[in-house]
Design a protein around this ligand. Structure first.
Ligand SMILES: Nc1ncnc2c1ncn2[C@@H]1O[C@H](COP(=O)(O)OP(=O)(O)OP(=O)(O)O)[C@@H](O)[C@H]1O
Ligand SMILES: [Mg+2]
Length: 483
């Protein structure tokens, strides 16, 4: 076992118990005999006193002998009584009353001792039988001598029985002590081990375990302080983490904004570079008069075209920045989406006829009003249709679907033609994002249309998106129905 508190507690307590038992044992073996002999002496001397009192108390000799016999049988004391002239009046050794029976040697020896003293006490061996007696002899009032004896064998048996009993009692006490201390130390140490475990976990920033001993003592107090420490630490670390996370998000946002700004400037410059270069080239040609009359018209057309393109780009940029900055106020009104869709699609019917493109409108659901900025919604629809006509294959089809419900109004514009790569379906909504740069330029796009649609949708708490079909692409716009 390692040197844990529990082991220490166990060994110290057991050590103490063993020490106390050993002390008891030593005291028992060294002093019990003396004590017991003292006890016996007291018993004998008080019996002698009782005999003395009886002799003086005027009792009949029958009464006195009856009393003697009772003492003998109850206390195991053998009594001999002598008269002043050494006649043996009573002796239990001879089982009864005796008048002038022979003296035994030992009694004579004791009585001799009593010539000089009033009392004698000690162990005397019977000269014939060899039996040892604890003997008490006393000169009594009236010249009597009382001789009281207890066989040493009985005394020694008591002492040794007492010894054996103590050994058994010590062994049992030790065993019970061992079990008791084992259980007690376990219960005592468990909360300490619990607290140590909690502290170890806290060190590893694991705050899941809490002390729940509910004790009212110092250990309970320690447990409670560990709990509150763990709680506070958890709180502090949590708030630190939150602050850290916020900071990280903020830095990330800053970075993204910075990158977007750079991208934006690069894109705008790039968009403007081509028209500016064209205008510059053609206007230099005009000034240098390198072209003939017919070519002049073409030069002027190009310059005009590019200038218009630049103008359109700048106004789209302005519109987008106003939408994004939130300075643009929506001019809300209630109108029929169906009527707006009809009007927008009608503008494309001529173009569709010229290019032999099938154009149709399908409507589903109850007619519903929307509460929205009509111009902005129109702007979004125009861009969808513009894009559809720019990307539809020759002899293809453009379908507009209006799906109305109580909750929202949804417009879908589908055109046959090539799909948009899945990974670019999200990116086309970014500013200046074009799938095919050269083609887009020839079609006059700047790549801002869809980002404007996205802004318009979000300003209306609506949504927009695009997905591929087997034969083309669908663009959709959803606006909550007006109340
Ligand atoms: N119906 C469509 N089919 C295939 N590609 C499309 C379709 N609509 C949009 N795109 C792609 O998404 C890009 C972004 O469209 P967006 O409307 O934002 O820009 P644009 O049409 O090029 O320019 P602008 O709308 O500003 O004149 C387009 O350049 C085109 O590559
Ligand atoms: Mg467009």
């Amino acid at each position: 076992m390692k040197k844990s508190i529990r082991a220490r507690l166990f060994f110290y307590t057991i050590g103490l118990v063993m020490f106390l038992l050993a002390l008891l044992f030593i005291m028992n073996s060294f002093y019990f005999e003396k004590y017991y002999l003292g006890l016996k002496k007291n018993q004998l001397s008080s019996t002698a006193n009782e005999i003395e009192e009886m002799l003086q108390g005027g009792y009949s000799s029958d009464e006195i002998y009856a009393r003697f016999e009772k003492i003998e049988s109850e206390a195991g004391i053998k009594i001999a009584l002598f008269s002043g002239n050494m006649d043996n009046i009573y002796s239990s050794f001879a089982k009864g009353r005796m008048g002038g029976s022979p003296w035994n040697l030992i009694n004579r020896q004791i009585i001799e001792i009593l010539q000089d003293k009033d009392v004698t006490f000690g162990e005397y061996e019977h000269p014939m039988t060899g039996t040892v007696f604890l003997t008490y002899a006393k000169k009594l009032e009236g010249g009597y001598i009382a001789l009281l004896q207890i066989p040493m064998a009985a005394v020694e048996e008591s002492i040794s029985a007492n010894h054996t009993f103590h050994i058994y009692a010590a062994a049992i006490t030790l065993l019970i002590g061992l079990i008791g201390v084992f259980i007690f130390s376990k219960g005592f140490v468990r909360p300490i081990l619990d607290i140590a475990d909690i502290a170890r976990r806290v060190e590893k920033l694991d705050f899941s375990k809490k002390y729940g001993g509910g004790r009212q003592d110092e250990i309970g107090l320690l447990g409670e302080s560990i709990n509150s420490m763990s709680d506070r630490l958890e709180g502090v670390i949590e708030s630190l983490n939150t602050a850290n996370e916020q900071l990280r998000v903020e830095i990330e946002k800053e970075k993204r904004i910075d990158m977007m700004r750079k991208d934006f400037i690069a894109a705008v410059s790039h968009e403007l570079k081509t028209p500016v270069a064209l205008i510059q080239g053609y206007s230099e040609g005009l000034r240098d008069n390198i072209a003939n009359e017919s070519k002049k018209t073409f030069y002027c057309d190009v310059i005009e075209d590019e200038a218009r393109r630049m103008g359109a780009l700048v106004s789209e940029l302005l519109e987008l920045s106003r939408l994004e900055s939130g300075s643009m106020k929506l001019e809300l009104s209630e109108f029929h989406m169906e009527e707006l869709v009809n009007a927008v699609v009608a503008k494309y019917s001529l173009a569709a006829e010229e290019r032999s493109i099938a154009l149709d409108i399908q409507k589903t659901g109850e007619e519903a009003n929307v509460w929205a900025d009509r111009d902005k919604i129109q702007r979004a629809l125009v861009n969808y249709l513009d894009n559809a006509f720019k990307n539809v294959d020759t002899g293809g089809k453009v379908s507009v679907r209006l799906i109305q419900s109580g909750a929202a109004v949804r417009v879908e514009v589908e055109n046959t033609g090539s799909n948009i790569p899945e990974n670019e379906l999200d990116m086309i909504w970014n500013q200046f994002y074009k799938l095919d740069k050269s083609r887009s330029r020839s079609l006059g796009g700047s790549g801002l249309g869809l980002s404007i649609v996205k802004e318009i949708a979000s300003l209306h708490n609506g949504n927009c998106g695009a997905y591929n079909t087997e034969s083309g692409v669908v663009f959709w716009l959803e606006i909550p129905s007006g109340s």
